[in-house]
Write a protein of this length. Structure first.
Length: 213
C-alpha cells in the first residue's frame, strides 16, 4: 500500500507593499489579504519608510498558516529605514495592528522570498522513507524540511505550522535544481521551504511512500 501527494507551487513575485503601502497611525487598512501565487505561505515584511527607530513598537499579525490553521504573533517593529519580518509564514493575513500609533512614520506591508508549502503527513511506521521528486522550472533555492514530532498523534498540541520542530531533510538541503531523493525513515511529516527565487519560478512536488519494501 502506498500514498501519493502532489503539490504545484507557484510563488508570486516578492512584493514590499502587497498588503498595504504608506500606512500610518494606530490601525492599518490592508489592500490585499493574500500574497498571491499558489500553494505557499510567506514571511510578512514591514518596511519603515522613515528614519525613526520603531523597534520599541510591536505589531500583531493575524492570519492563517500554510495549512489554513488560524495563527498570530507579535513582532518587533522596524528600525529606521529598515525591514522587520515575522517569524511565522502566512497564507493569508487578516490584520497587522501596531500596539500604539506609529506617529509620523509610514510603513509598507509586504512579504519576502521565504515561503513554505502545506504540511504533508508521512507514515513513521513504514519500513521505507518517503520518496520526494521536485521538478523546478526557472531559478529557485529550496529545502525539504521534516519533523519527528508526533504531529499525527491525536495527543499532539498543534496550534499552527510553527508548533512542530522542523529540520532540514538529509538529502534535500540547499538545492537549486530538480531532484529525486529519499527522506530518512521515521519522519512524521514534511514540507517544502523556498528561500530564494527569481520571478516566474515554479516547483512541482511529488511525495510517495510505501508501507513495506
Amino acid at each position: 500500500m502506498a500514498f501519493n501527494t502532489k503539490l504545484d507551487l507557484d510563488p508570486a513575485d516578492t512584493s514590499a507593499d502587497r498588503y498595504a503601502s504608506g500606512v500610518t497611525g494606530s490601525s492599518f487598512t490592508l489592500a490585499q489579504t493574500t500574497p498571491g501565487g499558489v500553494g505557499l505561505a510567506r514571511i510578512v515584511a514591514v518596511l519603515n519608510n522613515d528614519a525613526r527607530d520603531d523597534t520599541l513598537i510591536t505589531l500583531t499579525v493575524v492570519g492563517t498558516d500554510a495549512d489554513g490553521k488560524a495563527q498570530s504573533e507579535v513582532m518587533t517593529g522596524p528600525d529606521s529605514s529598515a525591514v522587520a519580518v515575522s517569524t511565522k509564514h502566512y497564507l493569508t493575513v487578516t490584520s497587522i495592528t501596531p500596539l500604539s500609533t506609529i506617529g509620523g512614520s509610514t510603513y509598507d506591508l509586504g512579504f519576502n522570498d521565504d515561503m513554505t508549502s502545506k504540511t504533508i503527513p508521512l507514515d513513521r511506521f513504514s519500513d521505507l522513507g518517503a520518496t520526494v521528486a521536485i521538478d523546478l522550472t526557472g531559478t529557485a533555492g529550496f529545502d525539504v524540511e521534516v519533523t519527528y514530532d508526533l504531529v499525527n498523534d491525536p495527543g499532539f498540541t498543534w496550534t499552527d505550522q510553527a508548533s512542530p520542530i522542523w529540520i532540514d531533510a538529509t538529502n534535500i538541503t540547499n538545492k537549486s535544481a530538480s531532484i529525486v531523493a529519499v527522506l530518512d525513515q521515521g519522519a512524521q511529516a514534511c514540507r517544502v521551504r523556498v528561500n530564494s527565487y527569481t520571478n516566474t519560478a515554479e516547483l512541482a512536488v511529488w511525495v510517495t511512500q510505501s508501507r513495506t519494501a
